[in-house]
Design a protein around this ligand. Structure first.
Ligand SMILES: [Zn+2]
Length: 641
């Protein structure tokens, strides 16, 4: 076994490793300690490994992203190819591939990973600097324009290196990362003689904290802290003159911020980095700011899908209650960033609301970002469409595809948490976990369930002794949640949106039966979101639903009016990889026949009878599956009543 830099025998494949972080309540499990065997995530992750990662590697080759490294090392000539931050796509792919390797050997994937790392090693400059856009003709422009993503790319390199080290024990990429991190920490900081700067696109902050956790190098933590604290002091300016400083959350210090603004992905990465800094420093003002931002986001600026970003312009959050459906930006990366931020908040505070949002965002804002076959992606995720928005095999700006891949690759790590004498179950799916508790016990938990299609979850415990099981009762399960141990109801209050603590002396074979009833829910929207007035969205369990033209031919989805009858839920193993679909009653507002043809406005006049048609049955499918079949309209918000 290899010694790692902190002297333990072997690194563990932990996505955010807070095992030694002093201000964290819950710690993560290594992702290879959790096995998923369900019908949704498991096949999705298998496709991620077998199809997505090899196909993305081909895109990295075909689009010149890897050639940019060969060019920077002098192996090939020609022009730099693509956008100035294309290096980050290679790094994110490497992170995804690394987490995948944590679960077992895959010689073909290892060959691709090693080949990419060789190109990266060879492209690094003697002083540690590494960015293939700023080589040769642009070398003199290094660190002159902080909206050109040099630190953003560095951050993705650091995250890839941390993942590769934790997953494989190899220090190859970590050596590259630490040399570059040393260069950055030598160059920037508050000390006399150093440059004062922040990057236009946050990312390096959380990456430096994780690099600190791997290496024990305090200067990396200090660097992260500096980059969080230095934002909002006008250092960035307006490089292109086209964006307000709020675009990069640079309008005021984070400590003073209360509203989520600007580029949504940048915001999520900043908050993740700030949460990581807090985990190490305990600086309360940071946590308080994050709490205010979380409240503003979740109560005023987030789509019902969990998607973030209301505007194409600036890929940005809008004002309070500005949440257009068809023009929603809701970048897949922003949803992934939300999962990352909420995961850190969950670790800090142990509150179920963060795990609730992680679950909600995973199913309804991340999963739609990739096709069921793992080869096509959404960048924007609208909540209504006329049939023209389709997933694409790749993008010129390809941030989203490898971002989805790295999240799916590390997903098992999000299912459980541990604290002193307690195991936390955050997410539910058929599968099993091996949990090291208090450094002296090994437990095994297995979940038996068809979640998210059914809310019954049986958990079997293997292991002895006293400890607490903390079971998340989702906030969506407002009524009827039950928890039994060995057939007896537990003697604690079960309240939605919290963890039910079952502390007892466990014996191997003890079984917990939890039931989270999943009636179809009609969700309404705050009336200040005018576009959703008089409409409802359908949800069942953690899943958001939508109507698609593919199931409902011959009707304009805008004219549907949902009836009050409870929709029926039916699992169809053949549809869309196996989903529970809903069958609801709706009538059709015969708008064109109601005198609206060729009219945009008219004087209000008393209704002459009800022109709506008789009720008909409509089919409603999980939102994450939309745009998989024939092109056609889609809507999440449906008229009601
Ligand atoms: Zn993206």
């Amino acid at each position: 076994m290899k010694e790692n830099l902190l002297g333990s025998t072997r690194p563990q494949a932990v996505t955010v490793d807070t095992a030694r972080s002093p201000h964290v309540r819950l710690h993560s499990l290594p992702l290879d300690a959790v096995r998923l065997e369900d019908g949704l995530w498991e096949p999705g992750r298998r496709i991620n490994c077998e199809v997505t990662l090899p196909s993305q590697y081909r895109h990295l080759e075909d689009t010149g992203r890897l050639d940019n490294f060969r060019r920077a090392s002098g192996k090939t000539g020609g022009e730099y190819q693509g956008i100035y931050f294309n290096d980050s796509d290679v790094y994110k792919w490497l992170e995804a591939a690394s987490w995948t390797l944590a679960e077992g050997s895959d010689p073909e994937l290892e060959r691709m990973v090693d080949a990419a790392i060789t190109e990266i090693e060879d492209a690094q400059q003697p002083d540690g600097y590494l960015n293939t856009y700023f080589t040769f003709e642009k070398a003199a422009e290094r660190w002159t324009n902080f909206d050109l993503h040099e630190m953003y790319c560095a951050g993705h390199l650091f995250q890839a290196a941390v993942a590769h080290f934790r997953a494989t024990g190899s220090e190859r990429l970590l050596d590259v990362a630490t040399r570059f991190a040393d260069h950055i920490c030598d160059t920037f900081g508050p000390e006399e003689g150093k440059h004062q700067a922040v990057d236009g696109h946050e990312e390096v902050e959380m990456a430096l904290v994780e690099l600190y956790r791997v290496t024990g190098e305090k200067r990396y933590l200090e660097g992260a802290r500096y980059f969080v604290d230095a934002r909002g002091h006008g250092l960035l300016g307006r490089p292109y003159g086209q964006h307000d400083p709020s675009y990069s959350q640079d309008h005021k210090p984070l400590h003073d911020q209360s509203e989520v603004v600007g580029h949504a992905v940048r915001a999520m990465y900043l908050y993740s980095g700030a949460a990581d800094v807090y985990a190490e420093t305990g600086e309360l003002a940071l946590l308080e700011a994050l709490g205010r931002l979380w409240k503003n986001m979740t109560t005023r600026r987030m789509y019902v899908s969990g998607g973030l970003g209301s505007r194409y312009e600036g890929e940005a959050f809008g004002k309070d209650f500005e949440l257009p459906n068809e023009r929603a930006y809701a970048e897949t990366c922003a949803a992934i960033g939300s999962v990352m931020w909420n995961w850190r908040m969950l670790g800090l505070e142990g509150e179920a609301r963060y795990a609730d949002l992680i679950e909600h965002t995973l199913y309804n804002a991340v999963l739609p970002g990739v096709s069921l076959d793992g080869q096509n992606y959404f960048y924007q995720n609208p909540l209504a469409d006329n049939g023209s928005h389709r997933r694409q095999p790749w993008f010129g700006c390809a941030c989203c595809p490898p971002n989805v891949a790295r999240l799916l690759a590390s997903l098992p790590g999000y299912f459980y948490g541990v604290s002193a004498s307690a195991v936390w179950v955050h997410l539910y799916a058929e599968g099993a976990a091996t949990v090291e508790l208090d450094g002296n016990r090994t437990l095994r938990l297995s979940q038996h369930t068809t979640y998210p299609w059914d809310g019954r979850v049986e958990i079997q415990v293997e292991g002895e002794g006293e400890f607490a099981l903390m079971l998340r009762v989702p906030a969506w399960c407002e009524e009827g949640a039950t928890v039994e141990v060995a057939g007896e109801p537990v003697d604690v209050e079960i309240s939605p949106g919290s963890y039910t603590e079952i502390r007892r002396t466990w014996r191997s074979g003890d079984t917990i039966n939890m039931n989270l009833p999943m009636p179809v829910r009609r969700v309404e929207c705050n009336p200040y979101v005018t576009e959703n007035a008089g409409r409802v969205a359908l949800m069942r369990g953690p899943l958001l639903y939508c109507v698609e033209q593919a199931d409902n031919h011959g009707v304009d989805l805008r004219d549907l009016i949902l009836e009050d009858a409870e929709p029926a839920a039916r699992y169809d193993p053949e549809l869309l990889g196996g989903v529970t679909l809903l069958q609801a009653e709706a009538r059709i507002a015969a708008a064109p026949d109601d005198g609206w043809e060729d009219r945009l406005y008219r004087n209000v006049h008393p209704l002459e009878g009800d022109t709506r048609t008789d009720a008909r049955e409509i089919t409603v499918v999980p939102y994450y599956t939309w745009a998989t079949r024939e092109p056609g309209a889609m809507r999440v918000w449906i008229k009601s009543g």
